[in-house]
Ligand binder design. Structure first.
Ligand code: 5AD
Ligand code: SF4
Length: 499
């Protein structure tokens, strides 16, 4: 018997139209096909999901894995697996380039294992040009889907399995299902948690801001919020499974609640999450400065569980560029927010995103950015070289800045960020702080004069920095007090405080 001879033995029953029932139906059908295949191959089937990009994609991948696990497929560290899914990013051009290289590698693996299923999803697949290129140059790919129908994985995979396993279509076919947008939010599908103690929670999807450099509104669609009850139930369920830290996720969490039938806003949602038993730490990202409310600052300041950390993308310190970027705030507005935040919470860590080389950026614009960075003294910053994204208004702007000028400015910015963030971190040296223990230290932490047989751990501070210290692995997932003995710039060496 060959793979193609496997027949599905189910009597056809009506496919449910409603979600998530429809997907559970397909998960069960896939599970049966997987069982047959496992018997035939005399080994388990394995999947590998590779995530590119941001927290949002990371969360989506946990959902993909939840569906695959429900089908009885097991996780595999390497790409030498039966099903490989790349969950792609397209924020910057080099993210795309990287993915093409990796798809080429998958093609080689598929030559060794022709039964392998290769699927691509995520933001890059929302771009028609990328899909076209894959159709033309990587015809061995089996499945392409987008950001709006990721909940459909079970159904899509079933269609691929059918082609493959039931011999209905022997010629290789690339199944492409990409939606332009959706108003649908499908709740209650399974999810795996990569970490047993922390997890992301989508509170909203999409973005309505249309910053002129950004492809996200195109690839993730219009803003839509989940109902508070669904979010709170999910977090309660997480808490019951031992999760102690949640990260509330949205492109612009500060506009949470718009368009919902019931009145809801982000500050209100946060205070409800704050009341959930067992959740010790709450993080959120990303906050758009234009929508950061006084109520939010107030809720943060009063809460014991919301981390004293805010990620507040500045993008540029030049009012002229902020306008051209469609950001709806000025450098002075931003500084006022920082002042308010620090007045309410003197110890709050502020991190940011900055783009260098936006079209038309002059030396004066850039020095305005440096000035704001000096004044704020960010705890850390993600710094990006502007990347021209076809279809965005900025791509059509004149005065694209020459690469050598951008590079030189980028290095100067890095230096300012490095210095101020190091100063911020150093100020904590000698203090004892609460950290969430995340993992045992990987090999190669040279900074310690490691004792043989001693386990070293990595813990995360409220401000998101890491500390390495000696301890025992049963502390993973626990909150412990650690003395920060030495600052190494972006991390600390510390010692565990026994109570
Ligand atoms: N070029 C460079 N950086 C970008 N970002 C978004 N789009 C671009 C682009 N075209 C950055 C912004 C955003 C972060 C997630 O990615 O700083 O906040
Ligand atoms: Fe992109 Fe701006 Fe939306 Fe952030 S707020 S995702 S930068 S359009």
């Amino acid at each position: 018997m060959t793979d193609l001879d496997i027949k599905e033995t189910d009597v056809e029953i009506k496919v449910p139209e409603k979600e998530p029932e429809r997907q559970f139906f397909y998960m069960e059908k896939c599970r049966k096909l997987v069982e047959q295949r496992v018997k035939l191959k005399k080994r388990s089937l394995r999947y590998h999901v590779e995530t590119f990009g941001c927290q949002m994609n990371f969360k989506d991948s946990e959902k993909l894995e939840g569906v695959l696990a429900a089908m009885g497929i097991e996780a595999e560290e390497s790409e030498k697996a039966d099903i490989v899914i790349y969950n792609t990013c397209t924020v910057r051009e080099n993210a795309n380039t990287k993915v093409y290289g990796r798809i080429g590698y998958l093609g080689k693996l598929k030559k060794q294992n022709p039964d392998m299923i290769i699927a691509l999803c995520g933001c890059m697949m929302q771009e028609p040009a990328a899909v076209e290129k894959i159709k033309n140059s990587y015809s061995f790919v089996d499945l392409i889907f987008g950001t709006h129908n990721i909940f459909k994985l079970a159904e899509l995979l079933y269609n691929v399995f059918e082609d493959r396993l039931c011999g209905k279509e022997k010629k290789h076919r690339m199944l492409i299902d990409v939606w332009k947008d959706t108003d649908k939010i499908v709740e209650e599908l399974p999810s795996v948690y990569k970490y047993s103690f922390k997890a992301g929670v989508n509170i909203m999807f999409g973005c309505n801001n249309f910053c002129t450099y950004c492809l996200v509104p195109d690839v993730r669609g219009r803003e839509r919020s989940r109902r508070p009850a669904d979010i709170l139930n999910e977090i309660r369920d997480m808490a019951s499974k031992g999760i102690v830290e949640v990260m509330l996720l949205g492109q612009n969490v500060n506009s949470y609640g718009k368009g919902l039938d019931e009145p809801a806003d982000f500050a209100g949602l946060l205070s409800k999450v704050d009341g959930i038993e067992g959740i010790e730490r709450i993080r959120f990202m990303t906050s758009h400065p234009k929508d950061l409310s006084d109520e939010l600052i107030d809720v943060m300041a009063r809460s014991k569980h919301i981390c004293r950390h805010i990620h507040l993308p500045l993008q540029s310190g030049s009012d002229r560029l902020l306008k051209a970027m469609n950001r709806h705030y000025t450098a002075a507005d931003y500084m006022k927010l920082v002042e308010k935040l620090r007045k309410a919470m003197p110890d709050i860590a502020i991190t940011t995103d900055i783009i260098v080389g936006f079209p038309g950026e002059t030396e004066q614009d850039f020095s305005d950015t440096l000035k704001v960075c000096e004044e704020v003294a960010f705890d850390s910053a993600f710094t990006f070289i502007y990347s021209k994204r076809t279809g965005t208004p900025a791509a059509a702007m004149e005065d694209q800045v020459p690469p050598d000028v951008v590079k030189e400015r980028f290095d100067r910015l890095l230096e300012v960020i490095r210095r101020t963030s190091e100063e911020k971190a150093s100020a904590l040296t000698g203090k004892t702080v609460q950290v969430l223990v995340e993992e045992t230290d990987r090999e190669g932490l040279e900074a310690f004069d490691k004792k043989k047989d001693q386990v070293y751990l990595t813990g995360r501070l409220e401000n998101n920095l890491l500390v390495h210290f000696a301890g025992s692995s049963d502390l993973i997932g626990k909150l412990v007090n650690v003395k920060l003995d030495e600052c190494k710039g972006f991390y600390f060496l510390g010692s565990l405080c026994q109570k």
